[in-house]
Ligand binder design. Structure first.
Ligand SMILES: NC(=O)C1=CN([C@@H]2O[C@H](COP(=O)(O)OP(=O)(O)OC[C@H]3O[C@@H](n4cnc5c(N)ncnc54)[C@H](O)[C@@H]3O)[C@@H](O)[C@H]2O)C=CC1
Ligand SMILES: O=C(O)[C@@H]1CCC=N1
Length: 267
């Protein structure tokens, strides 16, 4: 890709995206410009990935074709205020903040700029990310494809109606945190039964990875795949029954409800 990509804010999500982009080789790190409120993270990113340190958010806005707003939602208003005069017709703004809509941010620019809403997740760092995408009305087919290609370089990209973006944020953006909790809990239980911790993480994580692949690649209903593991009168159904008794499914639903409620507050 010959475009210059900029990140305003170099926290956890920007770092994962930069790592994924550089690793995929879709872009030369010399064409990635990153700004942040403080310098330490920028120096680390420069040393690890060879990206360019931008001296200010405005420098990113001036130099880059695609500008990813990777600051927290509460910073959107002031950062857009800072950069809006610099943004030209051909530049593309990418919003990645949970709960930040295209319409609300078009208003902040006080004119229609090219804009994409993207909801990535941290597994982009290892090329297994999921990025949900929506676009505004002035994005051309070529612009859309550019953003899709960028996101496909570090995982899957799913174009969705923007009305589903909060759901994608909860189920795709936040869910890695719940999945890590699940892996950690499985591993803790294994350690309780004497397994060395590192072995426990490998076994639990590979089970999660393989199960996800089974859903994606066989096209079978998850319930059928679950049934196939449960031998009649066997051990797995004992665990399944225990999980049902503990409210496992209901706990997952509560997690998504809590997430959606926070997104609904505009964060
Ligand atoms: N962490 C995740 O898994 C995901 C995060 N996101 C979104 O990404 C955005 C960033 O989230 P995180 O990386 O988790 O947060 P973070 O707190 O790790 O990163 C935010 C960064 O922005 C910098 N910053 C704050 N104000 C600034 C300003 N005015 N100018 C320049 N830099 C400034 C901070 O110093 C920090 O490095 C949020 O909007 C979040 O909703 C979206 C999907 C997943
Ligand atoms: O925790 C957050 O607000 C962001 C949005 C999706 C994942 N992390």
């Amino acid at each position: 890709m010959n475009r210059k990509v900029g990140f305003i804010g170099s926290g956890n999500m920007a770092k994962a995206m930069i790592g994924g982009l550089v690793e995929s080789k879709i872009i030369n790190p010399a064409n990635i410009f990153v700004s942040n409120r403080t310098i330490t993270k920028l120096v680390e990113l420069h040393e690890t990935y060879g990206i360019q340190i931008a001296e200010s958010n405005v420098e990113v806005a001036k130099k880059c074709d695609i500008i990813i707003l990777s600051i927290t939602p509460d910073q959107y208003e002031s950062v857009i205020d800072e950069i809006k005069e610099e943004i030209q017709e051909e530049q593309i703004i990418v919003l990645i903040a949970g709960g930040q809509s295209i319409a609300a941010n078009e208003e902040r620019f006080e004119r229609q700029v090219k804009m994409a809403k993207a909801m990535p997740n941290t597994p982009v760092l290892v090329g297994e990310g999921l990025t949900a995408l929506s676009f505004n009305a002035v994005m051309t087919e070529e612009d859309k494809q550019t953003i899709i290609n960028l996101c496909e370089s570090f995982g899957k990209a799913e174009v969705i109606d923007e009305s589903l973006m909060d759901t994608a944020s909860a189920v795709g953006g936040s869910s890695p945190a719940f999945i890590y909790m699940y892996i950690e809990a499985l591993a803790d239980a294994a350690v309780l039964y004497g397994m060395p911790r590192e072995k426990a993480y490998t076994i639990a994580s590979q089970a999660v990875l393989g199960s996800a692949k089974m859903v994606l690649e066989t096209g079978e209903h998850p319930a059928k795949l679950k049934d196939d593991v449960c031998s009649p009168g066997g051990t797995t159904i004992q665990s399944v029954a225990a999980l049902e008794d503990s409210g496992f499914r209901s706990a997952v639903h509560q997690a998504i409800h809590a997430n959606m409620a926070k997104l609904g507050e505009g964060q």
